[in-house]
Design a protein around this ligand. Structure first.
Ligand code: NOJ
Length: 572
């Protein structure tokens, strides 16, 4: 199979020269590094990472060789959901900096040749947002309430929620407010935490305000936006609401009352016009948990332009699954005119070094029936006796080299370049994630992948900052620290650096040709210019095709073969 879909080339990204090119297609094959700002680097010592901390680590990002960073929310927030509960979309959280710090960071990234993508959270505000505060103070039926989704309760005194809907984080999706006169009042919809009221996207003021936000950050040097819950914004709620069970069985074909509605794309067509006001145009990438067939709608050039594909993240380390996913998604991106995206880890899932070191869901008798557990059910609370840490990391390194050789954008999550494992041993009292509190006994939540990064072998917070880290770091972080890995040529950090440097040199057209390997457990493909990637998913060493060895995730055997669970790059 040969796929040849594109005209754009990311090979001319200019991080080496310290200037950003005017190439409007820079994003198509970018390596994008996700920073979860509160856990990256803390300059002021308040235990929460900050923008000045990021600025101080730009040399590290430049050495790593990424084309862009994506910042998870840094806006003022009470942190009910790690910053995805935004109080003010056009400011910086004083706990993590100022607008001036943002401008300095943005200028320094540009100077280093690194693009900047920020997170936009349009499905919900926080309950501390001025709009929600005003809605609480204002009477039923007021314009202030119309920015959100308020309903009267059921029953004679309205004491029953308008429906039995459940929030994604567990617990009810409706919360009742107290009216300004002290009486029990209306209910508002929150598909996530109760501190995250859903906005009403039928309201023109809501629509206009987000365009203002897009311009606000674009004017401050932001190159693009990651759109949170992009498939959730528009809703069409009938007078008599369906039950949760009824909703669960409704087709998600564009007509569902709350998810992946066709009319959400009207919003993104308007946003596209805003993106095109800038040169190069600003970009969007949708976080849309929709069926793969509907993903191209979000990735279209008239809409956001790109959409996350989480298929590899959800797959086992398995040759057949990887091959099907790659072929299918390259076909999809060809159809939409976008490029593919590839992700193994982010701030919402168990780190891939750990996922690949634990039994797969199918192998695990302890797997809960409740799919809300995500993958964090894999973790016990405390030490992790079932974890094959070494094997997990070996497979993760192989998977990452496979990913970085694919056409399209690779989204990397902070700490994966250190081969970090999920931190399972967080005491309950220190946990922060609402999914832990709202899903008792089902999910330990997402804190384990959000533990502040270890920069040095020693020190109170392993170099994260002068104070303590806001989530406890385990002792093994010392071994995984940047300092420990700098000098080791075989370290995961140095593997990522080499891979990202080579990727820049080798990458050209978005084309991929599968090569035959005669083994079900070995995948090989060729990119233009003779760049070959071979991944051995099995345990028996595999013969490599002829060519110069450029890089491998594990050393070759003494016979020059690719060992099990390893990837090699060759130049033919
Ligand atoms: C998706 C984000 O990635 C996640 O962290 C957040 O909790 C939800 N959206 C709600 O905003």
């Amino acid at each position: 199979m040969s796929i040849d879909s594109s005209v754009g080339s990311a090979a001319d990204t200019t991080a080496q020269t310290g200037a950003l090119s005017a190439d409007a297609d820079w994003w198509r094959q970018a390596a994008v590094y996700q920073i979860y700002p509160r856990s990256f680097a803390d300059a002021d010592g308040n235990s929460i990472g900050d923008l000045r901390g990021i600025t101080s680590r730009i040399p590290y990002l430049k050495d790593l060789g990424v084309d862009a960073v994506w910042l998870s929310p840094f806006y003022p927030s009470a942190l009910a959901d790690g910053g995805y509960d935004v109080d003010d979309y056009r400011d910086v959280d004083p706990k993590i900096g100022t607008l001036h710090d943002f401008e300095e960071m943005s200028a320094a990234l540009t100077e280093a040749g690194i693009r900047l993508i920020v997170d936009i959270v349009p499905n919900h505000t926080s309950d501390q947002h001025a709009w929600f505060q005003e809605a609480r103070r204002s009477p039923k039926g007021s314009p202030a309430r119309d920015r959100y989704i308020f309903r009267d309760g059921l029953g004679p005194d309205g004491a029953q929620a308008p429906s039995d809907w459940e929030s994604i984080f567990g617990g009810p999706a409706w919360t009742r407010i107290t009216e300004p006169d002290g009486s029990p009042g209306q209910w508002y919809l929150h598909n996530f935490a109760q501190e995250q009221p859903d906005l009403n996207w039928k309201n023109p003021e809501v629509r206009e305000d987000f365009k203002k936000t897009l311009r606000f950050w674009s004017d401050r040097g932001v190159d693009g936006f990651r759109i949170d819950v992009a498939h959730g914004l528009t809703k069409d709620l009938p007078e008599n609401l369906p039950t949760q069970a009824e909703m669960d069985t409704m087709p998600q074909d564009g007509s569902h009352p709350i998810w992946d509605r066709d009319d959400v794309h009207e919003i993104y067509r308007e946003w596209r016009q805003v993106f095109e006001e800038y040169s190069p145009p600003r970009i969007g990438v949708a976080e849309a948990w929709v069926s793969s067939e509907r993903r191209p709608l979000y990735a279209s050039a008239e809409g956001l332009g790109q959409a996350f594909n989480f298929d590899l993240l959800e797959a086992d380390f398995d040759a057949a699954q990887f091959r099907d996913i790659v072929s299918f998604n390259l076909g999809l991106s060809e159809a939409s005119g976008s490029s593919s995206t590839w992700v193994f880890s982010n701030h919402d899932v168990v780190r891939h070094a750990t996922r690949y070191g634990l039994p797969t869901p199918a192998e695990d008798p302890q797997a809960p029936a409740d799919e809300k557990a995500g993958t964090s059910w894999l973790l016990s609370r405390g030490s992790e006796p079932r974890l094959d840490a070494e094997g997990g990391l070996r497979r993760a390194r192989a998977a990452t080299l496979f990913e970085l050789a694919l056409p399209g954008s690779a989204y990397l999550y902070q700490g994966e370049e250190l081969g970090l494992h999920e931190v399972a041993e967080i005491p309950d009292a220190d946990r922060q994630d609402p999914t832990f509190f709202n899903s008792p006994g089902v999910s330990v939540g997402r804190d384990g992948c959000r533990v502040p990064l270890p920069w040095s072998r020693q020190g109170g917070s392993y170099g994260f900052g002068p104070g303590q880290a806001h989530l406890p770091q385990p002792e093994w972080f010392s071994r995984y620290s940047v300092e420990a890995q700098e000098q080791d040529p075989e370290s995961t950090l140095n593997l990522y650096r080499s891979a990202l440097r080579l990727r820049r040199e080798l990458q050209s057209r978005e084309a991929l040709e599968w090569l035959s390997t005669h083994h079900d457990t070995v995948l090989a493909f060729r990119r233009p210019n003779g760049w070959i990637c071979v991944t051995n998913f099995g345990e028996v060493p595999a013969t490599l095709p002829s060519g110069e060895l450029l890089l491998s995730s594990s050393p070759l055997t003494t016979d020059g073969e690719l060992p099990g669970e390893a990837t090699a790059w060759l130049q033919s």
